[in-house]
Design a protein around this ligand. Structure first.
Ligand code: SF4
Length: 105
């Protein structure tokens, strides 16, 4: 059953990403590697009913990257996502309060 509750959203500033992958090691439900060696955020179907990867590839399950691509963080992943942001060497994981009008359609 999908966990559709969320209080936080997250995006990555790819201009600052070092590509070390620490974020997805800590929180694999929210962060994922892109083909160019930078990391992006995502929403998994098990959490939100539909898989969206904010990688700007233009594929059907893709959303915009950078500040335009905010993923919802499942409430049960909140602590891990915050830990990932704290450990991120590029300091490029941006977490902000949930805003319904920023949810990817
Ligand atoms: S932890 Fe930060 S710098 Fe490292 S891959 Fe993830 S977003 Fe990029």
């Amino acid at each position: 059953m999908a966990n559709e509750t969320t209080r936080l959203m997250v995006w990555i500033d790819q201009d600052l990403c070092t590509g070390d992958g620490i974020c997805s090691e800590i929180c694999p439900d929210v962060f994922e590697a892109r083909d160019d060696g930078l990391w992006v955020v995502k929403e998994e179907a098990k959490n939100f009913g539909r898989r969206v990867i904010f990688d700007e590839t233009g594929s059907p399950d893709s959303g915009p990257d950078g500040a335009q691509g905010l993923a919802r963080i499942p409430d049960d992943q909140m602590d891990l996502a915050i830990e990932a942001a704290e450990e991120c060497p590029g300091e490029c994981i941006m977490i902000q309060p949930f805003q319904a009008d920023l949810v990817h359609a």
